[in-house]
Design a protein around this ligand. Structure first.
Ligand code: GLN
Length: 244
């Protein structure tokens, strides 16, 4: 059961932590805290049992080997599937996105079974790797105009059912054949965008926080967050000056 405290679970940063994707979890906790929400970051490494009391589960990118190790461990563990069925939120980037799909490919194996949480399939790319800046028009339901990040993946992802997170304006996204990036459902936000994604697109972090039951962010004014952040910055400067 999710507790009253807002808990972000960072899943296996030892395997799924490329390009600073773990920062997505820190940003969620930070933005919740700035709004006066009692928030906690729980980091779970691949040798540990996954925490089943999270509100949001954050998965990042990884090389083929660690990605394979991560899917094996997550399957054995079983908790991610359970919490997904219970409707908890998942944010999954690149390898994390591929892992929660039906199947993906590594450089050695064509068809590695995924966790099957979302109906997407990732195949090995026949063309060159997708590397570079990624700019998307966000799905209209998010109320955000653009999403930006950068991508670096070989896998080509096809959505079998459901909607992408955004429409690609620049870059590749899920695959060369269409102009989609990521996946969006009631409790999954997935993307190929590193950055970290939530650092480059803080409005998306807020949308994710709003999705969590009990966090009524609409009632909290953005202006207050700005003032709070400025006060913290001043305190920090004083602290640093005092230590000299
Ligand atoms: N190994 C996967 C691929 O190349 C994911 C890469 C990543 O997470 N950056 O498609």
């Amino acid at each position: 059961m999710a507790t009253s405290k807002f808990k972000v679970v960072l899943v296996y940063p030892d395997l799924l932590g490329t390009y600073g994707d773990s920062g997505n979890a820190e940003i969620l906790v930070r933005r919740a805290t700035l709004r006066g929400v009692d928030a906690e970051l729980r980091v779970v490494h691949s040798q540990e049992r996954l925490d089943d009391s999270g509100d949001v589960y954050v998965l990042g990118g990884g090389e083929d080997g660690p990605q394979q190790a991560a899917v094996d461990a997550l399957r054995r563990d079983g908790v991610l599937k359970e919490v997904h069925q219970q409707g908890r939120q998942i944010l999954a980037i690149c390898a994390g996105f591929q892992i929660i799909g039906e199947s993906f490919a590594t450089s050695d194996v064509d068809n590695v079974p995924g966790l099957g949480l979302i109906p997407v399939v990732t195949r090995r790319g026949r063309q060159r790797r997708c590397v570079g800046e990624l700019l998307c028009e966000a799905s209209s339901e998010l109320g955000i105009a653009l999403l930006s990040g950068y991508e670096n993946h070989g896998g080509q992802t096809e959505i079998l059912d459901g909607n992408p997170l955004g429409r690609v304006i620049r870059g590749v996204g899920n695959r060369y054949e269409d102009t989609q990036d990521g996946y969006l459902s009631d409790n999954v936000i997935a993307s190929y965008a590193h950055g970290p994604l939530l650092a480059r697109n803080p409005a998306l972090a807020d949308r994710l926080l709003e999705r969590v039951h009990g966090l009524e962010l609409e009632s909290l004014r953005r202006r207050d967050i700005g003032i709070e952040a400025e006060n913290l910055r001043r305190e920090r400067i004083k602290e640093v000056q005092g230590n000299k």
